[in-house]
Design a protein around this ligand. Structure first.
Ligand code: BTN
Length: 252
């Protein structure tokens, strides 16, 4: 199946090699664009992850792409985009009978290890959202020996965990249709539907986890995820508080 025929309104750009599909999208915003654009690359020389980390993947074995959108949403809904994207990714894997979970804020977990990550970037001009870039890296056919020694214990791929080889194109086709459905739910103000799916597939809700910040580590139990994307946790004294992503990481 050809993506361009299935989704004639989406502008697809296929690249063999690029520094980062997110950076490529950012440069596209200098031109006028209206329709959703999806940039896919076989390899990235300078792939970027969250918290300023690098995201490296062997050539051809990962699905590396970014979605560039002129959003029709309010700035206050921006924090919902990673929630919506992780639900769409999780539902995509479920459609292939792969049992994934969502680890707050937006990692997809398979076999207790990270399968894919999301890096969302946006620009606001005069209190209005100008664009959103949603960068997604999925470890599809990556082999164990492709991961560096520090990643081996914490990262997985569809191939490592299921033993099967997957067609990246089929995964992308499925993901785009589910993403569009979820995005339309957000436009129609049906956030609760998406948030409920997020919670139902959470890897961390009601489990004891270590909340690790730059300065300390503490045992907490996440009890809810709110519409603004924050996490409500209960500490060992039963005090509740809200955690915003970016500040902390969760470990088991
Ligand atoms: C994370 O650290 O969990 C987020 C990783 C996001 C990686 C993807 S790969 C495609 C897109 N381009 C980038 O440079 N990063 C994102």
């Amino acid at each position: 199946m050809i993506l361009k025929e299935l989704y004639p309104d989406i502008n697809f750009i296929f690249l063999d090699e690029i520094d980062s599909t997110n950076t490529y999208c950012r440069n596209l915003t200098l031109d006028d664009f209206n329709n959703m654009t999806v940039v896919i690359s076989d390899v990235q020389k300078d792939g970027r992850g969250t918290k300023g980390r690098r995201w490296s993947s062997p050539k051809g074995k990962s699905l590396l792409f970014s979605i560039l959108l002129k959003p029709k949403i309010l700035i206050s809904d921006l924090s919902f985009i990673p929630i919506l994207t992780s639900v769409a990714l999780n539902d995509t894997f479920k459609a292939f009978n792969i049992n994934t979970y969502i680890k707050w804020p937006n990692d997809i977990i398979l076999d207790n290890k990270k399968l894919c990550g999301i890096l969302t970037e946006s620009k606001i001009i005069n209190n209005k959202l100008d664009y959103i870039i949603i960068g997604i890296g999925i470890n599809v056919n990556v082999e164990k020996e492709d991961f560096s020694n520090d990643l081996k214990p914490i990262a997985t791929s569809l191939k490592i965990s299921t033993g099967n080889t997957y067609d990246k194109n089929e995964i992308l086709i499925k993901f785009i249709s589910i993403f569009e459905e979820n995005y339309n739910e957000l436009l129609n103000n049906n956030k609760a539907i998406i948030l409920n799916k997020y919670k139902a597939n959470s890897f961390i809700l009601n489990k004891k986890v270590s909340l690790v910040s730059r300065y300390n580590s503490e045992i907490v139990t996440p009890i809810d995820i709110l519409e603004d994307g924050s996490l409500l946790v209960k500490d060992i004294y039963n005090n509740k508080r809200n955690i915003v992503s970016g500040e902390v990481s969760l470990r088991f």
